[in-house]
Design a protein around this ligand. Structure first.
Ligand code: FEO
Length: 388
């Protein structure tokens, strides 16, 4: 377990999950993922959240060492998703004198998760603006529904101006992974919270009324100073579905290499024109990376082979993910391939029409089986149109 001091009397107790194959059964975490908890020692002793059951023993041992002779008075439950609630029952067994602190939705979920062995510890139910006094320090709670479950709440500590932000501002990767934060926080945000931009805006509005020196999320590093300012700026952009920066995602799904070759040619053309480009093979790279890049850039080129009268399944799954994440405000160019009846562009256009404020260029590329001069001219014309 990694322990670090957040402020006098406040420690972050964090465990790394380095051998998890897929977070939430969907997202690769090549740099691991941290489960963060926060121990506040005042006249009363409070812990914010627990960890995934996968790292329970390591965390309980570390917590035991951190507490020494002390007992916990409170467990604050910010979020009931099992990566944070998975050790509540085990902690209750070790700390039978503590009181659970949550909101009405927290406890409804807790009871659902513990039907086989209900927890009998006393509870304090808080609501919007409610407080918990620990002595010198007081926690004030704000509801953050759908960031990223309905019961989520954040806690503000006035003395050191800390916001315990639950999943908000969290990222995949190490707890001290500052270099990775922007990339892995965007992939985390786009895939896990991306659909709920409106609710994130509501949380940002509440946060803007607070003096915050440090954000303390349940995954990844604490953020203060310039990193905090950058995190707030990015969250504001991502949650309004506004691009983070100028650039192009070229995403392709093909079968025998010809669509891939055309997508690589498009990438080279765009780079020749000074564009930042990320090229992703949707069939071989986990979709979460492409969704993260779609949230990053202002433009996309989508290249797909015609398949079963429609288009390659990997592209279909990608567009479905973007629709679910409510992606908006982008410009898109299409490339299709087909040996006898190219249909991919027509169907991709229809899928994009279901999304808000997506401009699809009239210029497109049609590859008939393999690249040729006509195709290269179309790619150059699309690259020109995209960069205009
Ligand atoms: Fe980190 Fe929504 O759980």
């Amino acid at each position: 377990m990694e322990t670090s001091m957040i402020a006098a009397g406040i420690r972050r107790l964090s465990v790394m999950d380095m051998d998890l194959d897929l977070f939430e059964g969907q997202y690769p975490v090549p740099h691991g993922v941290s489960y963060n908890t926060y121990l506040i020692e005042d006249e009363k002793t409070a812990l914010l959240d627990t960890v995934d059951a996968r790292r329970q023993k390591e965390w309980l041992d570390g917590l035991h060492d951190a507490l020494g002779e002390k007992k916990l008075d409170y467990l604050v439950i910010s979020h009931m998703e099992p990566d944070h609630s998975g050790s509540i029952a085990a902690l209750c067994a070790q700390q039978p004198g503590m009181t659970l602190v949550g909101n009405a939705k927290t406890f409804a979920m807790l009871d659902r998760f513990t039907k086989d062995a209900p927890l009998s510890l006393p509870r304090i139910t808080v609501s919007e603006g409610g407080t918990l006094s620990l002595g010198r320090r007081t926690l004030r709670f704000f509801m953050a529904p759908m960031v990223h479950w309905p019961e989520v709440m954040v806690a503000y500590e006035e003395e050191d101006r800390l916001l315990f932000s639950a999943d908000g501002f969290g990222c995949f990767g190490p707890v001290d992974g500052d270099d990775l934060w922007e990339e892995e926080a965007r992939r985390y945000y786009a895939n896990i919270v991306g659909k709920y931009g409106t609710q994130v805006q509501a949380l940002l509005k509440k946060a803007s009324a607070l003096e915050i020196d440090t954000l303390c999320p349940l995954h990844g590093p604490a953020l203060s100073g310039e990193k905090l300012a950058r995190a707030l700026e990015l969250y504001d952009r991502w949650s309004r579905w506004m691009p983070q920066e100028r650039g192009v995602l070229v995403a392709y799904a093909g079968f025998h290499g010809h669509t891939a070759k055309a997508a690589a040619c498009m990438t080279a053309c765009l780079r020749e024109r000074g564009e930042s480009v990320t090229l992703i093979d949707l069939a071989r790279v986990n979709r979460s990376y492409a969704v993260g890049e779609a949230f990053r850039y202002d433009r996309m080129v989508l290249a797909a082979t015609t398949y079963d009268g429609a288009y390659a399944p990997a592209m279909e799954a990608f567009l479905s993910a973007l629709r679910h994440k409510n992606l908006q405000n982008r410009t898109v160019a299409l490339m299709e391939n087909g040996t006898w009846a190219p249909m991919a562009a027509k169907h991709m256009r229809a899928a994009l029409a279901e999304m808000k404020n997506i401009t699809v260029l009239d210029e497109q590329v049609t590859i008939c089986s393999a690249m040729d001069e006509k195709c290269r001219l179309q790619i150059a014309a699309v690259a020109d149109a995209l960069t205009r």
